[in-house]
Design a binder for this molecule. Structure first.
Ligand code: S3P
Length: 441
């Protein structure tokens, strides 16, 4: 079976209502919190992708039982000290930076040596950013020479709370330190540049000893040792990062309209909506409601004829960090030159995404100027692609694959996109939903 996809035709106009899969960040956090809770935790609409299955596997190796089912998943927590495992355990975070980094926080007190490994892409990513603060608590994390995986962690029973400044806008670093703080006597204090705040919201929902002061550009978080976590039943809302592909599909198609239901529009995640609205894309938020601290809504998108270039304010970067590849496609169709800066974190993802963003655009015939942490995109509202485009060797980055599919369906040309299996990481239903939209009622 071939693992590539051919697209030779733009999508026809559509008017549809869809629901995308559960939020990846929330799904992984639900698994991790529930693994330390007392008793049965249940989740509906959990994302059953490889990243989340890797989280289930990890907690299973730590002695926590679970049931995985498309209707409802169950985790049988044994309390905050309930992990049981043998010495020299190996945990595999596969492709997931979130799992790899967050679980290290929970293992800060491990009395037995644990090895953490990952796939080829994760093994290229920086773990020093997390080893440094966790070692300050008193753990011993040893990285390989390039500051990444495989690593080993040996925890301490004598942890000391730390003061930590998180200045990348990384929710993974912030969350890992919050988890470590939950295991440590005293008060851990974090000054964190704004980033997605699901860990904090779940901690509050669970009445854990966390305090958050929200300032303009950063949050001040204080966390104390957690004695008990109540079981956590959760109906996972849909992932805005998955919805993003369909938002852009609609924005760049002619005479089309799409409603995406039940999406988590947590303000720390809606950078894409703010950016696209500034560029003139018509997006309406409907039926807004609050669920366990998160904000859920339906997103309605209407095709846009007049897309404007943007000089994107860096304050929006963190809230759109997983969406830039797809945002760059909108900039390709815009009138004028768009500028995105302070994006050094983009090259720290599953693939170097700033480089890949430019590569896709260049193949399409769009001029870019890429510097270490910025990109200028010379938009062309009249772009017509008549040539062959091949996308391959992108470290199986799921978002490179999905963005390329959207480019092919909206700009035309004859595309061959490799590594279709990459969607299993975050959004196994991606191509099914594309086909559902393609089908005329
Ligand atoms: C995530 C945080 C972000 C994001 C990733 C998921 C999380 O990473 O890119 O897909 O769930 O905390 P960083 O914290 O490295 O920015």
């Amino acid at each position: 079976m071939t693992n590539s996809i051919e697209i030779k035709k733009k999508i026809n106009k559509f008017n549809k209502k869809i629901r995308v899969s559960g939020d990846k960040s929330l799904s992984i956090r639900w698994v991790l919190f529930s693994s330390l809770a007392n008793g049965e935790s249940k989740a509906k609409n959990l994302l059953l992708s490889e990243d989340v299955l890797a989280a289930f596997n990890a907690i299973r190796k730590l002695g926590i039982k679970s049931k995985i089912n498309t209707k409802e998943c169950v985790i049988y927590g044994k309390g905050i000290d309930g992990y049981k495992y043998n010495n020299k355990l190996t945990l595999d975070a596969k492709n997931s930076g979130t799992l790899g980094r967050l679980i290290l926080g929970l293992l800060i007190n491990t009395p037995k040596l644990i090895k953490l490994i990952g796939d080829k892409s994760l093994s290229k990513r920086d773990f020093k950013r997390i080893a440094d603060p966790l070692n300050k608590f008193g753990a011993k994390i040893k990285l390989n020479k390039q500051n990444n995986l495989p690593l080993t962690i040996l925890g301490s029973q004598n942890l000391k709370p730390i003061r930590y400044i998180e200045n990348r806008g990384s929710a993974q670093c912030k969350s890992s330190v919050i988890f470590a703080g939950m295991r440590t006597n005293g008060t851990t204090i974090i000054k964190a540049k704004k980033s997605r705040n699901h860990t904090e919201l779940l901690s509050k929902h669970l009445s854990l000893p966390i305090k958050i002061k929200s300032k303009k550009n950063y949050d001040l978080i204080k966390i104390q040792k957690v004695k008990k976590i109540h079981n956590l039943n959760y109906d996972i809302p849909s992932d805005i990062s998955s919805a993003a592909f369909f938002i852009v599909l609609t924005a760049l198609s002619k005479n089309s309209k799409l409603t995406i239901t039940n999406v988590n529009i947590n303000p720390t995640r809606t950078g894409i909506i703010t950016i696209l609205k500034k560029m003139g894309v018509k997006i309406n938020i409907k039926n807004k409601r609050v669920y366990k601290g998160e904000i859920i809504a339906n997103i309605q998108v209407i095709s846009s004829n007049n897309i404007k270039a943007i000089n994107c304010p860096p304050s929006l970067n963190s809230g759109a960090i997983d969406e830039f590849l797809i945002i760059f496609l909108v900039a390709a169709k815009a009138k004028g030159i768009s500028y995105f800066k302070n994006l050094e974190e983009l090259n720290q993802k599953e693939s170097p995404r700033l480089a890949w963003g430019a590569k896709i655009l260049n193949k399409m015939g769009i001029k870019t100027i890429v510097k270490k942490n910025s990109i200028k995109i010379y938009g062309n509202p009249n772009l017509k692609i008549n040539k062959k485009i091949i996308i391959k060797d992108f470290l199986k980055d799921h978002r490179v694959f999905m963005s390329s599919v959207i480019a092919a369906l909206t700009f035309g040309g004859s595309w061959t996109i490799h590594d279709k299996d990459s969607i299993k990481t975050s959004f196994p239903r991606f191509l099914n939903i594309i086909n559902k939209i393609k089908k005329n009622d």
